[in-house]
Design a protein around this ligand. Structure first.
Ligand SMILES: [Zn+2]
Length: 434
């Protein structure tokens, strides 16, 4: 019989709190030769191998990863699974990109068999990239969410998803109504929210594609089910912001549209948040609303530069997202790479500690899941990633010239992508292995 205790030996790094850009006291624990001990999928202990080896439970199975770094599972706070097949589409910015590529692709998700096949591929790809939790858009079709949750449940993944609400300004074949948006979402919430490791997100696509009546229905759902999520987009692109100003002249700002319908609250997560002002950021902070910073898609569809510093200084929770298919890769390591460059273009800094925090414990806080995932605190769920520090000749060579832990981690993040991921573990079990 297999042991219920599993011990993983490697270099281990995780965050205890937000390191900001402080290189001196970055609120982390690092063990160059550490052991992470798990029991039936939960974290039991973390420490130096030297100390822990002698006291491991007698029936413990020890899995050794020399030349590897073990970090908490990466958390993607904004991604669209139905857009997997249109990733890397040429030449358009947001509104034309939706018309040209997104809507025709999403149409196919009326077919549950198709949705199921894409969901399986999507989850494989997340795990291959070290992402163990994500906040995920479905399509307008309830079947798209059924298929996604069934696939995620079979793998015991901690996932959040929802059916898109969209009753105007899109092709008729993708439209719901305020009433069906409400009843279909309600049915999905009753079936899936809180089932195993799954949670539901009420998911209006964005303000332009929902009528006032539909936004009010979304607010009703949140009142009825206060612990579900709200997942949407805000202030991504200048043309979009101008359109919202035309459509909702009664609102002070784009963000204020959501505030007026009671959508801003803890567990509300807004993708992009690029073109906001100080009053908007203050509103997000006071309502407990989180921002999903999506560097790849912001660059890929030319939307703009998210100011991480202004957002964090306003005390807004921030996580990282890939926004596939507006983003052109699944890897949050690559996302960190682009986040660093965006920050540089704004004349500011993003430390390796801050960047990895955003993809782990910071993401967990943005999703209000930091009591369950995000670091290796005792009692948390054992979702983690094993990174190969000799994955490429260049990485191997660069890591021989490091002066500090920060230097080492920065090189890993800037040179890293899916090639580094040796294994992704979900509740202590290998869900992906090279
Ligand atoms: Zn998006």
């Amino acid at each position: 019989m297999k042991s219920v205790y599993l011990a993983f030996r490697a270099a281990v790094l995780h965050f205890l709190d937000d390191p900001d850009n402080d290189l001196e006291s970055p609120h982390l624990e690092y063990f160059p030769d550490g052991i992470l001990l798990t029991h039936q999928g939960y974290i039991v202990e973390l420490g130096a191998a030297e100390q822990m080896l002698a006291s491991l439970p007698a029936d413990c199975e020890l899995i050794h990863y020399p030349d590897h770094l073990l970090i908490p599972g990466l958390i993607d706070t904004h991604i669209h699974y139905p857009q997997t097949d249109m990733i890397a589409a040429y030449g358009e910015q947001l509104l034309q990109w939706l018309e040209t590529y997104t809507f025709p692709t999403e149409r196919q998700f009326a077919d549950k068999a198709h949705a199921r096949e894409v969901a399986e591929f999507f989850l494989d790809e997340l795990l291959r990239n070290g992402t163990t939790t994500a906040l995920v858009f479905g399509t307008v079709h309830p079947a798209s969410v059924e298929a996604f949750f069934e696939a995620a449940e079979a793998r015991n993944l901690r996932m959040i998803a929802g059916k898109v609400l969209m009753d105007r300004h899109c092709p008729a074949y993708l439209q719901d109504t305020p009433e069906t948006a409400y009843t279909d979402s309600k049915t999905l919430i009753e079936k899936w929210h809180g089932r195993g490791r799954l949670s539901y997100a009420v998911t209006p696509r964005f303000a332009p594609t929902s009528s006032r009546e539909q936004l009010a229905k979304a607010g009703e759902l949140l009142t009825e089910y206060p612990d579900v999520y709200l997942h949407t987009h805000v202030a991504e692109n200048h043309a979009e912001v101008a359109w919202v100003a035309d459509l909702f002249p009664e609102s002070r700002s784009y963000l204020d549209v959501y505030q007026q319908y009671g959508l801003l609250r803890p567990r509300a997560v807004l993708a992009h948040c690029i073109h906001l002002d100080a009053e908007d950021r203050a509103c997000m902070a006071t309502t407990g609303t989180a921002a999903a910073f999506c560097p790849s898609s912001n660059l890929f569809i030319g939307s703009g530069l998210f100011d991480l510093h202004l957002t964090k200084e306003a005390d807004v929770r921030v996580g990282l997202g890939t926004d596939v298919g507006g983003g052109n890769y699944f890897s949050l390591l690559r996302g960190i790479n682009d986040a660093y460059k965006i920050t540089q273009l704004l004349g500011k800094k993003l430390s390796a500690f801050q960047a990895l925090y955003l993809a782990t414990l910071g993401g967990a806080k943005a999703l209000y899941l930091d009591d369950k995932i995000g670091n290796f605190a005792v009692g948390k769920e054992a979702d983690f990633v094993v990174l190969n520090l000799k994955a490429t000749p260049l990485l191997t060579r660069r890591l021989q010239h490091c002066q500090s832990l920060h230097d080492q981690l920065f090189a890993i993040l800037m040179l890293g992508d899916d090639r580094l991921v040796t294994a992704s573990y979900v509740m202590g079990k290998a869900a992906f292995k090279v």
